[in-house]
Write a new protein. Structure first.
Length: 198
């Protein structure tokens, strides 16, 4: 297994560790929320750094593999949905935004499997890239909020920050939906799946 794929595996390992870190905040020992916030920040930082590095290394040194093509988007979906479940449980992500994003992610995974079966790649588009950027921004702002809430007393800043988070998640859901419609339209127009038996 090459370095990019090992980094993807590291990201997959960080996903359950992030969830466990979130669950620590539900325990009753003193400063549990502080420990949880710090652990979540560390896990998120490692996961995002490994995501950034695996793609750069794979492209720079021509280490793109069939395993990587499948494992990387799977790791993306698993990590984002896990992060968002925790944010939703914390009350800082709207349920409706999570549902839209979850439907989109599983639908895209299904479409990717169909396209790979006929030897075609999913075409990139601006909405898919926008979605990825918005996911990252919304997640970073959420982690910062959770860490800040662990160390700073509640106040008027909470409401303002939560409004910003709501707007970011709404934009993420909108970009997610638009990227799916664009991908679906592109696949249907290409006729790539027309030869599949039904």
């Amino acid at each position: 297994m090459n370095v990019p794929n090992k980094l993807t595996v590291l990201r997959l390992i960080m996903v359950p560790v992030f969830f466990i870190s979130y669950m620590v905040s539900l325990l009753s020992f003193p400063s549990a929320h502080v420990v949880s916030a710090v652990m979540m920040f560390i896990c998120y930082a490692i996961a995002e750094l490994s995501d950034l590095l695996d793609g750069k290394i794979a492209r720079k040194y021509n280490l793109v593999t069939d395993l990587g093509k499948v494992m990387d988007p799977f790791a993306d979906t698993l990590s984002h949905l896990t992060f968002f479940v925790c944010f939703m449980s914390r009350g800082i992500m709207p349920v409706w935004a999570f549902i839209i994003i979850m439907w989109r992610e599983f639908s895209i995974l299904f479409m990717r499997m169909l396209m790979m079966r006929v030897g075609k790649a999913m075409p990139a588009n601006i909405w898919g890239k926008s979605k990825t950027v918005l996911y990252a921004i919304a997640s970073i702002f959420s982690i910062v909020y959770i860490v800040a809430a662990a160390f700073v007393a509640p106040g008027s800043w909470n409401q303002t920050y939560e409004m910003v988070l709501y707007a970011l998640f709404a934009l993420s859901a909108a970009a997610s939906l638009l990227s799916f419609v664009t991908y679906l339209s592109s696949v249907l127009r290409s006729g790539a799946l027309s030869g599949m038996t039904r």
